[in-house]
Write a protein of this length. Structure first.
Length: 301
């Protein structure tokens, strides 16, 4: 049997176990859903964990207002097909209320503004466990995370004070005001996710496959043009390129990659040969050496 199939099968079993533990140990969990490949994979795992019943907790999207249209269209269609509850909370509402200040200029992004909206939503609904699609291979701050990662009553993460997780024993005990971020695919790699999508024939947004797009170059990265979101100088020329997106976040901080991969099989082959992390195309991770860790300490996903 193909070793990738064996590995992905073991990872699937581990993730289903974790998701079931969330349902067993917490009173009000929620699945954080962005419309990206990792959260789509989580939805399939949750389906399998509780089949033939429906997923017993809602999905929640923290919407920056600067998402790729392909992702939002896919999100709404998937939720309708599955018949699950979708909660959407908008960063724009916090901007309008003066709770957060929108960045301006060449590298402006709403990505970091999601934190305040997320924490408000957790408090609004009283969620005690938020299931997310972060993986340890993505970024070194995420590599420090436990599968059950406790946040204090301010939503903050203390990387120096985490619980041991020995022999797959997951401790969901929390104090009043605390909540837990849960990462069922923490041990997966980008290739594992794509291999699982291929094995399960999971539909994903078209933006993950190579397509012709109007783009421009900045700082060695390829940016989507003429969308009304990404800042572009007058001297940054727009050209048609065959590109796809390896990760799907806020449009203002997510760059594309040149690609001819038009289906899942060719994407898997491309990832096998890649020498660059998928988050190499996320400009928000490049703001400082500890950019992700600082955001996580403040309550980020």
């Amino acid at each position: 049997m193909n070793t990738d199939v064996i590995r992905v099968g073991a990872l699937e079993s581990e993730a289903i176990y974790i998701i079931r533990e969330v349902a067993a140990q917490f009173e009000k969990p929620v699945l954080l859903f962005s419309g990206g490949k990792d959260s789509i994979t989580l939805v399939r795992l949750a389906q399998k964990a509780f089949y033939p019943a429906k997923i017993p907790f809602p999905l929640m999207h923290i919407d920056t207002g600067h998402n790729f249209p392909e992702t939002i269209e896919f999100r709404d269609r998937l939720v309708e097909e599955l018949g699950v509850e979708l909660i959407v909370r908008n960063v724009q509402d916090n901007i309008d209320a003066g709770k957060v200040k929108e960045e301006t200029g060449k590298y402006a992004s709403r990505n970091i503004l999601q934190t305040e909206t997320l924490l408000d939503a957790i408090e609004e609904f009283g969620f005690d466990a938020c299931i997310g699609g972060a993986r340890r291979d993505e970024e070194k701050a995420r590599a420090k995370e436990r599968i059950f990662s406790v946040r204090d009553d301010f939503g903050q993460w203390d990387e120096k004070n985490q619980r041991p997780e020995l022999f797959d024993m997951l401790n969901g005990r929390i104090d009043l005001g605390q909540n837990v971020r849960v990462f069922p695919i923490s041990n997966w790699t980008e290739l594992d996710v794509w291999s699982y999508i291929q094995k399960e024939a999971i539909e994903i947004p078209s933006i993950y496959f190579a397509h012709q797009r109007e783009t421009f170059l900045r700082d060695g990265l390829i940016w989507s043009a003429n969308d009304g979101v990404v800042y572009r100088d007058e001297d940054e020329e727009v050209a048609q390129r065959m590109v796809r997106f390896r990760t799907v976040g806020d449009m203002s901080c997510t760059a594309a990659v040149l690609s001819d991969a038009v289906d899942i099989a060719s994407v898997v082959a491309e990832i096998r040969e890649s020498k660059i992390s998928e988050r190499g195309a996320r400009i928000d991770d490049k703001r400082s050496e500890a950019a992700m860790e600082k955001r996580k300490q403040q309550g980020y996903f």
